[in-house]
Write a protein of this length. Structure first.
Length: 162
């Protein structure tokens, strides 16, 4: 098995991840062996360096096999989208749905690194929507979704850049 942190070194050094590195990272993250800082470092590396086609396919397959199915969008833009065309919107519509193998104990919407909405749904299939009408919404850079399940597993949606 690949070192789960090898993908971070590859991204840092501007190299394409070796086969198996992305899968090992996702598996370790889902198993709780890595934390939020690792997930953040991975997302930052992907945003800064990008992922090649092979790594994107590996990431997609690993995420599908991880057990959680998430849908997340902001203003109609799906997770992983850069919708930062300078629209200057004062509000943002956030929608999500999830199907998880265990009960979801916590849902958080994060805007620019801060939790702006949280709930404790206590079910394995959920959906929701929320309108961010705060003063900070006009200055928002990104949103993402974080779910925590009763078994301790955590799932994150890719951010939507607004």
């Amino acid at each position: 098995m690949s070192d789960p942190l090898g993908v971070l070194a590859s991204l840092r050094d501007g190299r394409a991840p070796a086969p198996g590195q992305v899968r090992a990272f996702v598996e370790a993250l889902v198993a709780g062996q890595l934390g939020e800082a690792h997930a953040g470092a991975f997302l930052m590396g992907v945003c800064a360096r990008g992922l090649g086609t092979d790594a994107v396919v590996e990431l997609t397959r690993a995420m599908l096999a991880s057990g959680e199915i998430l849908e997340f969008e902001v203003d109609g833009h799906l997770m992983g989208t850069d919708a930062s065309g300078g629209s200057g919107r004062g509000t943002h519509s956030v929608r999500w749905s999830a199907l998880c193998p265990d009960i979801v104990t916590s849902v958080e919407i994060i805007r620019d690194g801060r939790t702006v909405l949280s709930s404790s749904p206590r079910k394995d299939a959920l959906s929701g929507e929320w309108e961010d009408r705060s003063e900070e919404a006009a200055m928002a850079g990104y949103y993402y979704l974080k779910l925590v399940q009763a078994d301790g597993n955590t799932a994150w949606a890719s951010p939507v850049w607004v």
